[in-house]
Write a protein that binds this ligand. Structure first.
Ligand SMILES: [Zn+2]
Length: 369
């Protein structure tokens, strides 16, 4: 293992933040980039990477690393320091309230003009040319804030990876992941290896989340340069490792072993565990219907995430003890009740849960804030 530490440019006198990457490099083979805690209040992925790094050390000692693996356990040193009134607030940048996992740089927009007249009739060669143009465009950026510099640095590490795995968690949820349609075999392998029960599929979800920043640009360049063959070389995914409180060594050790199985399936290590799970249920991201609170009050749940439900089935209730009115929370569509809010109290109109169905029920930006 080697370690690279980058200093972010100080934004105020007397303070400095650093970004750390550990990597295991066999000198060739597929390149994998894993990060956790981009939403800095989400620890299940970070503890998974703690245990994964021990397994990677052993694999390296046994000569079983066959690719390049980068691990960034804390991808957001800015968010890690954001605590308010005793609670971590790592989802949004407190200075701008921008979600740390939205609005990442658009590599096709940054590098597109420089690619005019540069592409060939060879898709493999074009992948190299495009990745080089991405690297050059990222280097030329002049970040206007610490958060922008953080985004630049993370993309500089990840933009040329063949696999990008961004580890997150939900409020309370079964394990699921988001990905695009571009690599169906890896999508199936990811479910079979990790045990995720649901894959939410979308090519353009809006908001340019970190995973999408690695796949959408290739689609945009395919449209812009239709006379040249352009591949989709990167498999990128956002993995939701259950809920914010699902942090334990026992679970993370098993998740790390499961991740080793996926790294084996992706050809980055040899002698990996075999996939031990059924494939994840695949539904379109726009088929995930949201349940909203019709009044403010106390939230109680009748079902736990993981239940298959019918449309209008009762998931829980919101009770107002002042008016003594209790309203049901009804499934907006049939499908898998896969996530719900962490807090047992809500405001009127608040989104409280999602049910993943086969039929599109939403349009526009498909990601929450
Ligand atoms: Zn997250």
């Amino acid at each position: 293992m080697k370690t690279e530490i980058l200093d972010l440019t100080p934004v105020s006198p007397g303070s400095r933040r650093q970004l750390t990457r550990h990597f295991w490099d066999a000198g060739g083979g597929p390149k994998v980039y894993l990060q956790a805690a981009l939403h800095a209040d989400e620890m299940p992925g970070a503890i998974l990477l703690w245990h994964l790094m021990e397994l990677l050390d052993t694999a390296e000692a046994e000569g079983r690393i066959t690719g390049q693996i980068s691990v960034v356990p804390f991808a957001n040193p800015i968010g890690l320091t954001q605590w308010l009134q005793g609670k971590p607030q790592g989802r949004q940048d407190l200075e701008t309230m921008q979600n740390y996992n939205r609005g990442h740089f658009d590599l096709a927009a940054l590098a597109g003009d420089a690619l005019e007249g540069q592409l060939t009739q060879d898709a493999g060669q074009n992948t190299k040319i495009i990745r080089a143009a991405f690297a050059k465009a990222l280097k030329a950026l002049a970040p206007k804030s610490e958060n922008e510099e953080l985004r630049q640095r993370l993309l500089q590490w990840s933009h040329d990876a063949d696999l990008v795995l961004d580890l997150h968690c939900d409020h309370e949820a079964v394990m699921h992941f988001y990905t695009s349609s571009s690599h169906p075999a890896l999508t199936e392998a990811l479910g079979r290896c990790t045990g995720a029960v649901l894959a939410l599929m979308e090519d353009t979800s809006g908001g340019n989340a970190f995973d999408e920043a690695h796949t959408a640009p290739w689609r945009a360049l395919q449209k812009r340069f239709p006379d040249h063959p352009i591949a989709q070389p990167t498999f990128a995914t956002t993995l939701e490792y259950r809920g914010q409180r699902d942090v334990s060594d026992a679970q993370a050790q098993q998740d790390a072993l499961n991740m080793m199985a996926f790294l084996g399936a992706a050809g980055v290590i040899s002698g990996a565990p075999k996939p031990a799970h059924p494939p994840a249920l695949q539904t379109p991201l726009n088929g995930a219907g949201e349940v909203f609170a019709a009044q403010g009050g106390i939230v109680t749940w009748a079902l736990t995430p993981g239940a298959m439900v019918e449309k209008d089935q009762i998931l829980g209730h919101v009770s107002d003890p002042l008016t003594r009115r209790r309203l049901p929370l009804l499934a907006p569509n049939a499908g898998l009740f896969f996530r719900r809010d962490l807090h047992p109290f809500c405001l009127k109109g608040q989104g409280l849960a999602h049910v993943a169905g086969e039929t599109p029920v939403r349009s526009g930006d498909l990601l929450s804030n």
